[in-house]
Design a protein around this ligand. Sequence first.
Ligand code: SF4
Ligand code: SF4
Length: 101
Amino acid sequence: MTFVVTEACIGVNDQSCIAACPEDCIVSRLADRISVIDPARCTNCSVCFEVCVVGAIFPQDQVPLESREFVYLNALWFEDKDATRARVQEIAAPCHRLASH
Ligand code: SF4
Ligand code: SF4
């Protein structure tokens, strides 16, 4: 089990979860618009879930249907940062928001 950061983090990314995670398994670099959780290292302690100011973090099995892609994207970041950033950028773009509603 892991916790997952979803789209509500985009544009906020205040990194309070990074500061709070006891396992140091949440990361965000300068090029990132969101923080992501390493699913291989998360111990499911829920501290990040409690500190997130926008409710962007969920236990993996409770990620809302419309945000399920972020289960994949959090894990993908640790394999392919460029692909993850490109997809997050696409999701953040206003045209995508219009198209998805
Ligand atoms: S659940 Fe705990 S270990 Fe996992 S990312 Fe959140 S704070 Fe870190
Ligand atoms: S606490 Fe929430 S909004 Fe802040 S960086 Fe973490 S996931 Fe993003």
